[in-house]
Design a protein around this ligand. Sequence first.
Ligand code: BG6
Length: 494
Amino acid sequence: MAQIIPVKVFDAVVFGATGDLTLRKLMPSLYSRFRDGQMPPESRIIAAARSDVAEEDYRKRVVEGLHDHIPANEIDDALVAKFCARVNYRALDGVSGEGWEGLVQLLSPEPERIRVFYLATAPDLYGPICRNLCANALVTPASRVVLEKPIGHDLASARAINDEVGQIFEESQIYRIDHFLGKETVQNLMALRFANAIFERLWNADVIDHVQITVAETVGVEGRAGYYDKAGALRDMVQNHLLQLLCLLAMEPPVSLDPDAVRDEKLKVLRGLHPISAGEIATRTVRGQYAHGVTEGKPVPGYAAELGRPSRTETFVALKAEIHAWRWAGVPFYLRTGKRLPQKISEVVVQFRAVPLSIFPPPASELEPNKLVIRLQPNEGMLLKLMTKDPGPGGLRLRPARLDISFQEAFNTRYPEAYERLLMDAVRGNPTLFMRRDEVEAAWRWVEPIIEAWANAPEAPRPYAAGSWGPTAAIALIERDGRTWHEDWDGENE
Ligand code: BG6
């Protein structure tokens, strides 16, 4: 049983309380922490949104959300009722400042408490909500504000939001969330690299040929087309989740786990990313959009049909990134993400170089280079592909074998939702797993030329059939370099 670290009494105020994120992720995560006894008795959740909903009706929505998004064996009706008693609802307008009295009445008598203001709203509301928090004297030294990604839609808007929020909150009080950093297996990347001597010494261009990061989803855009069509896969996934994974894989060992020590190292990676110039867009990037096809055995419409109109928004991105650093000179990082792909899977593949020469008799192709596959989700685990002697008499034949660890089998424990950890980290005041302003801006600086080049390109994103691994150009992107995407997900042929 994992150790539960106690936290001080807190008030969590969630703006955007009727939205998908709150009901699908935040409330279930808070319930799980409550169930594990991590919410001190006086702590409260204050849900705030524009809709004029009665508190009892809002609580019913919360209960529905818990049943929809938490496994049945983790739901206890009596506990759910106790949890809901902690949930207050206040209707208010985050922009105009109307209706804030109710929130002020709840919070003001408890000025010493930790306050977590979670902004699960569109990013253009972050500035106005912060101004209203300040105007209503709700920002105390023990307050933090949590900002959902994406922070803006380009560098200029991200800066403007950071400036606006920064006028009200100190940088140390601002928690920019990237929920990938809260995933157990993503934190495991740090454990793998810095708690084991064997990998870090090999973690460089001398030994590593290339790295692949794939975040594949089977879902389409579901009910989020309004947001997604303005964002696209580059802003929605690459600018944050994939680049953060890249940072954890590529950064130098931090001097400690101190929040700024870790974030300083990630920032160096982002700043070291080789900028993709307009002339390189065609060879280093691919964007696609799903057409109709079949996923998980069911026919599904294409993106434009789901949207009800044509669109140039990409639902798939493949990129070749390079890092300007001695450690990684000449080592490409191939990134790939998309909706309506054949499997929901997030994986990192570290492909090592081949042995310098083979002393084994032909066929030489028997010698496959080592490969480390880190499965981030689902079936979290790791496998290391090695060459071994094929057992039995006769010549010295070789064959690949796998050192394979499934975390589920090894530890047989529940994996908490990323938001559970991140919410509690915000309460505790630990920003290590949150993005600092300079990181967010450096990430935008790198993706912005790609956004611009795509916007100015006459071609639309390349279509791919739903249920396929994206446009064939994504295969060409890596095969031009004499490499292939790792698609042997279940390792059957390894
Ligand atoms: C979100 C994106 O940040 O991450 C979604 O906005 C995406 O489009 C989601 O589906 C994926 O997260 P997870 O935790 O399901 O892998």
